[in-house]
Design a protein around this ligand. Sequence first.
Ligand code: GRF
Length: 206
Amino acid sequence: MIDLVVLVSGSGTNLQSILDAIESKRLDARILRVVSNLAGVRALERAEKAGVPTQVLSHKDFINRQTFDVALAETVGNPDYVVLAGFMRILTATFLDRFPYRVINIHPSLLPAFPGVDAQKQALDKGVRITGCTVHLVDAGTDTGAILAQAAVPVRDDDTRDTLAARILDQEHKILPAVLQWIAEGRLQLVDGRPRFSEVTAALSF
Ligand code: GRF
């Protein structure tokens, strides 16, 4: 069993995939709290419906990233892992140093391709035929931390940004809970920021 705090900013479908995996016992975890930097987002409704405590901490109430990150770390407390599930703020070392190798993000591209905002549009603009999603550890760079799992998604000729994003999201909803379960089972260990997979885990694909 691992204890999670999930940070969100938007629709919260990845949060929902974690909630659903816990509910159906595919994931041996508890979500202690869901924290959003935006009020009124759908992710908060999803958490409340599942009976998970929520908190809004608006970055606009702070004079800079550092002071926001200090307050955010206090709000997060001391879970085993912090999961960024559509959390649209860059976290500084002020926050990350409090949770070494314990912050996990889901990003909608096959990193290191297309880091940063609107990775789906970046993929379409480049004309790649395959893109996907990546679960990775968060470090002080933008989407640069150690890669834990990836899933590939084909790009279709008639894709728009939204059709592609939806196809990638389907895979996000599979790999994020799966990685968390690997960690909960000890099949994926995070040693000094490097992932160590058991043979069984490394052979899995989606
Ligand atoms: C996902 O595509 C995620 O990879 C990205 O933001 C989106 C969040 O979607 N970081 P949701 O809020 O989980 O529905």
